[in-house]
Write a protein that binds this ligand. Sequence first.
Ligand code: NAD
Length: 248
Amino acid sequence: MRLKGKTALITGAAQGFGFGIAETFVREGARVAVLDINGDKAKEAAKAIGRKAFAVACDVGKGKSVDSAVAKVIARFGRLDIVVNNAGISHRNQPMLDVSEAEFDRVFDVNVKSIYLMAKATVPHFREHGGGVILNIGSTAGVRPRPGLTWYNGSKGAANLLSKSMAVELAPDRIRVNAIAPVAGETPLLATFMGEDTPEKRKAFTATIPWGRFSTPQDIANAALFLCSDESEMVTGSVLAVDGGRCV
Ligand SMILES: NC(=O)c1ccc[n+]([C@@H]2O[C@H](COP(=O)([O-])OP(=O)(O)OC[C@H]3O[C@@H](n4cnc5c(N)ncnc54)[C@H](O)[C@@H]3O)[C@@H](O)[C@H]2O)c1
């Protein structure tokens, strides 16, 4: 039980990587808040995970929604130890100038501003309680960009770098901040990255990954477990690539 007695808030946890992280954290002894913009799906996910998980509807791109969700989580758990900023979206794979201003803004609200909003809502609590852990789900897209995903790639570059900057600023408060950079993964978001989900596209994407397959929610959850447990006490400001060698 590597997270025994810990409490964690995981955004975008109704499906995909976030769901995998939530399941794994509960298995390892944590109580988990499943935050998602899709409240009904979050409830289903929490039910599937078991009684140590509960659902909260939250739009991570909106300050009021984040503040109220965090207040609910702290009221329920009494104390918060871990925040995983996992919720993320992308525009479809397409030429960069075809992405509308509204889509650009939404990608940055959900992928970048959410990290700022969640920090405003949780860092004071962590400071009051002697520390905490923040894990941001960045991407290999922010390290080794693919064409057609330019604005998404930029948002993930920001998420990767914010993790380092937050880490150095928050270390005196005993707040660790790390990021995971997953390679293309088997989740509902994959089709958006590929433009279309066809055997040819899958073959082309996996051909660029030396290990020869997409990442899975369990791959990401295993890395998240290490970075959010006390085993990684000396690890802060790292961007851990879970990418089968894609960024080498
Ligand atoms: N799947 C990949 O190939 C891949 C690769 C690298 C990084 N990532 C990153 O991993 C994270 C998870 O991606 P995934 O593939 O599991 O995606 P997904 O689409 O399967 O799941 C994302 C979840 O986030 C929720 N969500 C979306 N907008 C939200 C908002 N505004 N507020 C709260 N919840 C919201 C969705 O409802 C959904 O349940 C994202 O940050 C993504 O950018 C994914």
